[in-house]
Design a protein around this ligand. Structure first.
Ligand SMILES: [Zn+2]
Length: 180
């Protein structure tokens, strides 16, 4: 990770209310996010999905760091990898966080439909203008994906965080990156 990437990642962590990269509390904060995943039965899947984004050796490192902090029965790393393989075969189904808009929210004028560039999930965000709707999408956790021009949902951005922290597999020049 170069300085620019590190700076960007620090910004993203800050926006998401997470501790900085060099803060030992970061792993615990990531574990808390998995422990708080809204569908308890899917926490293990969600964790496996996070692992999936990490490249080989970093995957074990992330697994070992997070496992003792998880509050649900965690599958073995082998079992996680088997789940990842099975899941890839049947394609990742879009999963949505439950709607959070309160019933007494003020009536807004514009509904923007955003489609996640990673999982394909669509979500509507309302606002008084398009820019306002985009602002509300950002408040709901939507933001830039890893490629220019892509928009990702909160869940996908969250799922990518550990990969960014521990190293990821989707960078085409991964082998050329410096290992710290
Ligand atoms: Zn998504």
């Amino acid at each position: 990770m170069n300085q620019e990437e590190k700076r960007q990642l620090e910004n993203e962590l800050m926006v998401m209310g997470l501790p900085g990269l060099d803060d030992p509390a970061l792993v615990q904060a990531m574990a808390d996010l998995v422990n708080g995943y809204p569908y308890p039965a899917e926490r293990a899947d969600f964790f496996c999905e996070m692992l999936n984004e990490c490249e080989g050796p970093r995957r074990r490192e992330m697994y070992e760091a997070m496992r003792p902090r998880l509050s649900f029965p965690v599958p073995s790393l082998d079992a996680c990898e088997a789940r990842i393989a099975a899941r890839a075969e049947r394609m990742i189904r879009p999963r949505g966080m439950p709607g959070k808009r309160p019933a007494d929210a003020p009536i807004e004028e514009v509904i923007a439909v955003h489609t996640c560039g990673r999982c394909g999930k669509g979500e509507e965000h309302a606002g008084q203008t398009i820019a306002d709707a985009m602002g509300n999408a950002k408040k709901a956790g939507w933001g830039r994906g890893t490629e220019a021009g892509t928009l990702w949902c909160a869940e996908c951005r969250l799922a990518m965080m550990p990969a960014k922290i521990f190293g990821n597999s989707f960078t085409s020049n991964a082998a050329a990156r410096r290992v710290n």
